[in-house]
Design a protein around this ligand. Structure first.
Ligand code: PLP
Length: 392
């Protein structure tokens, strides 16, 4: 059997669309020799604040850093517990661990793959300090019940919006529900800076503290210490981190952000083509969105249930790769990983919904860069693999 695409045409999963404006902007940064944190970072923060209609935004070098700093600014540390989902990237819980706190998992919903609000209260203890919802694949979590619980128990809300830059819940942008919203501009995300992240917050003092913590804990003026305003002594007021974003990264982000809704439209089209093409196949497709949600279409996930498809998820992954189409797994549930088993005694069977999804899920390419032919190839590959499995 011939692969659907040749090796030379391998479709890289999550490959970003990079256009001429950001290329020129990066070249401009290189030519002016201003690579580090400077005016382009400031502009990216301003643009992001406007986009989210929020008073404070701090650009950092990853969403992981954004989460870590948010937790610290929320005064979460040793002895505290933070409730989150088992179906997320490891960075979500690693940030909690690095803040010194203990992550506590609450299983997800079967259809939305998001944290199940009905199970949260059972996991709340006197040590619980925050809920950290992840808007999985860009589908907003059910924020009303989550906010209600947070209010009832006096908990902070820190949103992991790595998948959810464009997403809205009842017309309110994701990232603006609680104390902090954390975004990622990693290469596979909806808009990119290579590595990069952003924290948004309505709190002035906490925003100031995050800015300081992101650059070694040096007093705010340090951000301007390399400018032409004359030498400024910096004073260290906290043991901070090296989490600042570079102008070289912001140079990309400024132009990507201008196209965020255009790229969203493009992925929405791909999403709808997939839905239509796969509707009669023995796969579980993403659940429909209620009208009060604006999803960000970050991951198109299918569930491969071997009972129905006669092929395992892992064999499916291999077949897609054979056809030279890159795919992803988002995610094996966190309790599958040895470190968390050892450290927290987590077991997959204690989070059965997340475990099942993690063992059956597969993400298809969903990038603004996909051509009509790329989309056709993905569809043909999925259909061909299922057809073959049926005959075996
Ligand atoms: C990508 C991702 C992160 C981490 O983002 P980085 O910018 O790579 O640090 C965190 N949470 C989720 C859900 C992600 O998908």
């Amino acid at each position: 059997m011939q692969p659907i695409r040749s090796k030379e045409e391998f479709l890289v999963f999550g490959s970003p669309l990079i256009e001429e404006e950001e290329i020129q902007e990066v070249v401009h940064s290189l030519k002016t020799c201003w690579l580090g944190t400077g005016p382009k970072v400031a502009r990216f923060e301003e643009d992001f604040k406007q986009y989210k209609n929020i008073p404070y935004a701090i650009a950092v070098n990853s969403c992981t850093a954004a989460l870590h700093l948010s937790l610290i600014a929320a005064d979460i540390g040793p002895g505290d517990e933070v409730i989150t989902t088992p179906l997320t990237f490891c960075a979500t819980v690693n940030a909690i661990i690095h803040a010194g706190a203990t992550p506590v998992l609450v299983d997800v919903e079967e259809d939305t793959f998001n944290i199940n609000p009905e199970l949260i209260e059972k996991k709340i203890t006197p040590r619980t300090k925050a809920i950290l919802p992840v808007h999985f694949a860009g589908r907003p979590c059910e924020m009303d019940p989550i906010l209600e619980i947070a209010q009832k128990y006096g908990l902070k809300i820190i949103e992991d919006c790595a998948h959810a830059i464009e997403a809205k819940y009842k017309d309110k942008p994701c990232g603006t529900f609680g104390d902090f919203g954390c975004f990622s501009f990693y290469v596979t995300k909806n808009i990119i800076t290579g590595e990069g992240g952003m924290v948004i917050t309505p709190h002035q003092e906490l925003a100031k503290r995050i800015k300081i913590l992101a650059l070694h804990g040096m007093s705010a003026d340090a951000w301007r210490r390399f400018s032409d305003e004359g030498y400024k002594h910096y004073l260290v007021i906290e043991a901070g981190f090296k989490y600042n974003m570079m102008d070289l990264q912001a140079a990309i982000g400024i132009h990507q952000l201008k196209r965020v809704e255009k790229y969203w439209e493009k992925r929405k089209e791909v999403w709808e083509k997939y839905l239509e093409a796969f509707q009669n196949l023995p796969l579980t497709l993403p659940a429909p969105f209620p009208s009060y949600l604006k999803p960000s279409y970050h991951l198109f996930t299918i569930l491969v249930d071997e009972q129905k498809t006669h092929i395992s998820r892992d064999a499916f992954l291999e077949q897609m790769t054979f056809h030279n189409i890159g795919v992803g797994v988002h995610y094996l549930s966190l309790p599958e990983h040895p470190y968390y088993q050892k450290t927290f005694g987590w077991r997959p069977e204690d989070y059965p919904v997340a475990a099942k999804i993690g063992r059956q899920t597969l993400s298809l390419p969903l990038s603004a860069k996909l051509t009509a032919r790329d989309i056709e190839d993905v569809i043909l590959a999925v259909k061909t693999i299922l057809e073959q499995a049926k005959c075996q």
